[in-house]
Design a protein around this ligand. Sequence first.
Ligand code: SAM
Length: 227
Amino acid sequence: MTAPLLNRNCSRPVSSNQHGVHPQLEKVVRRHLAKPFQRPYPHYAISDFKAVEKTVEQHTGPLIFDSFCGVGESTLRIAEQHPDALVIGIDKSVFRLGKHEQGYQLPEQDNYRLLRADTDDFWRLAVDAGWQLEKHFLLYPNPWPKSSHFKRRVHGSPLFSSLLKLGGKLEVRSNWALYIEEFTLALSIAGQTATQQPYLPDTTITPFERKYQGSGQSLWRCVSTLD
Ligand SMILES: C[S@@+](CC[C@H](N)C(=O)[O-])C[C@H]1O[C@@H](n2cnc3c(N)ncnc32)[C@H](O)[C@@H]1O
């Protein structure tokens, strides 16, 4: 049986046993900033990276990442809005990425690529290669709402320092206000200026965004220009 594209519960607000900023946030963020993540790369991560490396290095304009891009709808929309940029959509789900060709592809838009990759490896490889982003979108990353899963959230993971090193104008969106509050706080602990605000899109650009907005949920975002 085919898995549903959107989790059946995703139109419900996030429910969590955590009711304020995670008590370990500051300690965990500072520890990750002080000590680089050194997990060895699986060999497939390196070959997946090499598959896109040449395209990026031959591109002379801005580079934009759309991490956790799902079906890549937002990647296409961002590419339309930034015709000089190369936009890379990254997601680890072959199933979601496979949906792109079935419902979202515009063959005439050729300034974007979708890549099956794990950000745990891809961000670090991009940092090692010296890439610098113009913009970086994290649209509705998995919230990992259980308090005990804090370290799986982007800002609670050792990958947070790679995200910072990639630079650029960062935009994180979520339907969980606490996620955005934590993200903003984690950025400020890292010495970055960040703002959080409600997000009311005129046009939705991802399936999750559309679903959340359609079910009346509030949307939130954090923006920061990373030094
Ligand atoms: C909640 S969905 C949001 C998808 C899309 N941005 C949207 O709004 O429709 C989160 C996505 O993150 C992807 N994902 C989760 N962890 C990942 C990782 N470590 N590396 C790459 N993609 C990941 C999942 O496969 C999923 O497509």
